[in-house]
Write a protein that binds this ligand. Structure first.
Ligand code: UDP
Ligand code: MG
Length: 320
């Protein structure tokens, strides 16, 4: 097979109900592309029939290659692994559950052909997702934009197209904590959006539990902002201000009404709890950063592979 021009990277975790339909829709799109295509499926330690279905696709269609992790490492790592193996000049990352419509790939490619190096798909709506998910996602992307110096576009997921130049830079980044939509924005180059309506899942349950989404959100903020670290300073200033105000009040009361019991236990208890919680929050934030530094220095591989099909590693980063 000659070197492909297009590489499609799809992370898969327990998606047995979606794989056949995803492949059907993708093959239809692949026939419309003007060059060789490779489809890289990453099995993120699935416990259902996903891996055997992927193997079967690999045997029937030479364009399908796969990686299989020795356990579940998470979506961002699965995408990272895929990027380590892509050979194409133009790489498209998308989910396996058909929430990202494969047909949009053609639009992304048109933008690439116009000269953009990153084309990200931006959601106009999230059909049938719970109001809680929509609301928290809305708030999160706005907070992230406020806190980060990198302009991470709101309402974009990992569905995007990236040029080879961008992929080479991403693969060379030694960072283990990978918030891909942030790293993609950080890289720079000419970037543009293509808008789309996010469909509901074709089948199966969402694999991002509330806990996983929360962890991803915290990762996003901590990897791209140091503002939380400065929070301690501001909170310290605030409580110093409050203390100063209280001292003035106490002094005033002493002078005006020297016999009244000025400060009761309630006030002292409230002040203690307030200061205690401020300090704990600040220590917690420090802990978030330190734990990530710890992860980075340990230098463990970010994933372990148990099986590959039709792939040779092109990037030297990670699992070695
Ligand atoms: N996924 C994965 N590993 C995980 C969780 C999810 O590879 O630990 C894959 C999943 O199979 C899907 C994509 O990541 O292809 C997005 O997951 P999901 O649809 O559950 O999340 P959401 O739509 O909420 O982003
Ligand atoms: Mg999904």
């Amino acid at each position: 097979m000659t070197k492909p021009i297009y590489s499609l990277v799809i992370p898969i975790y327990n998606e047995e109900e979606n794989i056949t339909e995803m492949y059907r829709r993708l093959s239809h799109v692949m026939t419309q592309l003007d060059g060789e295509t490779e489809l890289i499926l990453i099995d993120d330690g699935s416990r259902d029939r996903s891996l055997s279905m992927i193997r079967e696709l690999h045997h029937c269609d030479r364009r399908v290659c796969y990686l299989s992790f020795a356990r579940n490492f998470g979506h961002q790592i699965a995408v990272t692994a895929g990027l380590n193996f892509v050979q194409g000049q133009c790489v498209i990352v998308m989910d396996a559950d058909l929430q990202d419509p494969p047909e949009l790939i053609l639009k992304l490619i048109t933008k690439w052909q116009q000269g953009y190096q990153v084309v990200y798909a931006q959601r106009l709506s999230r059909k049938k997702e719970s109001w809680l998910k929509r609301f928290t996602a809305y708030i999160f992307y706005r907070i992230l934009q406020r806190l980060s110096k990198v302009d991470i576009p709101a309402d974009t997921g990992d569905f995007c197209l990236m040029d080879r130049q961008v992929i080479d830079i991403l693969n060379a980044m030694p960072e283990r904590n990978r918030y891909i939509r942030g790293l993609r924005a950080w890289v720079g180059f000419s970037q543009t959006a293509v808008h789309f309506e996010r469909d509901p899942r074709f089948a199966g349950k969402v694999k991002y539990s509330f806990g996983k989404s929360w962890a991803l959100a915290i990762d996003g903020i901590i990897s791209f902002s140091t503002v939380p670290l400065k929070l301690a300073t501001y909170l310290g200033m605030l409580s110093a201000g409050v203390a100063l105000l209280m001292m003035t009040l106490v002094l005033y009361w002493r002078l005006v009404d020297p016999v009244s019991p000025l400060i009761g236990f309630t006030l002292i208890t409230i002040a203690m709890f307030f200061l205690g919680s401020v300090q704990l929050i600040c220590i917690g934030i420090l802990g978030e950063y330190i734990s990530r530094i710890y992860e980075e220095v340990k230098g463990r591989p970010i994933y372990t592979l148990k099986e590959t099909g039709g792939l040779v590693k092109v990037s030297e980063m990670s699992s070695n």
